[in-house]
Design a protein around this ligand. Structure first.
Ligand SMILES: C[C@@](CO)(OP(=O)(O)O)[C@H](O)COP(=O)(O)OP(=O)(O)OC[C@H]1O[C@@H](n2ccc(N)nc2=O)[C@H](O)[C@@H]1O
Ligand SMILES: Nc1ncnc2c1ncn2[C@@H]1O[C@H](COP(=O)(O)OP(=O)(O)O)[C@@H](O)[C@H]1O
Length: 300
């Protein structure tokens, strides 16, 4: 038997970052939205851990490990340890989420693996325990379980759903070269220093989501990692300028980058902006709706 679970990419509508903590992590006040770019994870019975990879066009797999460093193996081992069982599995990952793009693709795979193995091994792990295991795997993993739109606190792992009445459309523009998340947080420390205030989620963003108003959302987007990421990768400024020229309502870096997200009015406008970016010779361009569901079983 095999079980396939689908998990979505995330975009941080707001990413407020505070002064680095003693454990090396930064306190966050973020608003995550799950958007329609997906990885599928298929889990099957096996005697030892095996990871195989495939991907949609224009998604490079070179940086993704196939051994025990793959986050899906860490996820599987953590779930087995939680239940005190000694089991392994084969995990096939089909990536539709660009790697090292600031879209939390690895976190999506980890969340999908927890859901798939919980079902494959008939464990019936409680949601509370799954979220706790997810939080230990990575700051973004709990959100990949819940999906939709949610506020993230702590180092990002404490998630609380928020009202979102929008039917949003995004254009994501990827980049050939990934960007390392720790390097961007270090650049944040250097640029902004320890003097920065504790971050907060702005009320006007929550209002824009509740109203489902794209004009208001365009004005409320913000990302504290955007300036440090652009300091590391000044070439990205051209993508921002091109997105604005293509008619996007707003252009913002996704998390720690380098993927750039463009807010559109609706599906037709997203197709138009995506076409304009392709005409400018960008070849990693995806239109995606949001919010979408968290990790969910698609076949078994
Ligand atoms: C920046 C964000 C925004 O959502 O996403 P990405 O753009 O990477 O997808 C996240 O904070 C990334 O979360 P995730 O990729 O799960 O990070 P983790 O594995 O927990 O941590 C990797 C490293 O990032 C840094 N880190 C992460 C989270 C945080 N709140 N403060 C940090 O300083 C630390 O250096 C840590 O060692
Ligand atoms: N299943 C996985 N998918 C993607 N990357 C993985 C995976 N497992 C481990 N990694 C490592 O995690 C790094 C960050 O990956 P990813 O989650 O795609 O990006 P980001 O942290 O920018 O959102 C990759 O460069 C890769 O080395």
């Amino acid at each position: 038997m095999t079980i396939t679970v689908r998990a979505a990419a995330k975009f941080n509508l707001h990413l407020g970052v505070g002064p680095v903590r003693e454990d090396g992590f930064h306190p966050l006040a973020t608003v995550y939205q799950a958007i329609g770019l997906y990885d599928d994870v298929t889990a099957g019975e096996a005697d030892g851990w095996q990871v195989t990879l495939s991907a949609e066009d224009h998604i490079a797999l070179a940086e993704v490990p196939t051994g025990d460093d793959n986050i899906v193996v860490r996820a599987g081992k953590a779930l087995a340890a939680h239940h005190g069982i000694d089991r392994a599995a084969s995990i096939e990952i089909h990536k539709g989420i660009p790697v090292a793009g600031g879209l939390a693709g690895g976190s999506a795979d980890a969340a999908a693996t927890l859901v798939a193995l919980d079902r494959l091994w008939s464990l019936e792990t409680s949601d509370e325990d799954l979220l706790a295991i997810a939080g230990r795997l990575g700051s973004d993993v709990p959100f990949a379980l819940v999906g939709a739109t949610a506020v993230g606190g702590g180092r990002g792992e404490i998630v609380e759903p928020v009202a979102d009445n929008g039917a949003w459309w995004w254009v994501a523009v990827g980049n050939e070269q990934g960007l390392s998340t720790p390097a961007v947080y270090r650049a944040f420390d250097e640029l902004v220093g320890a003097g920065v205030a504790e971050p907060q989620v702005p009320e006007r963003l929550l209002m824009a989501l509740e109203k489902g108003d794209a004009g208001l959302l365009a004005e409320a987007l913000a990302n504290d990692l955007q300036a440090p990421a652009l300091a590391l990768r000044p070439d990205l400024a051209q993508t921002f300028a091109d997105g604005e020229e293509a008619g996007a309502l707003a252009v913002q870096l996704s998390g720690s980058g380098p993927t750039v997200l463009m807010l559109c009015r609706d599906a037709a406008h997203a197709r138009e902006v995506a076409g304009a970016m392709q005409a400018k010779a960008y070849d990693r361009v995806w239109a995606a709706p949001g919010p979408v569901a968290g990790a969910h079983v698609v076949t078994y």
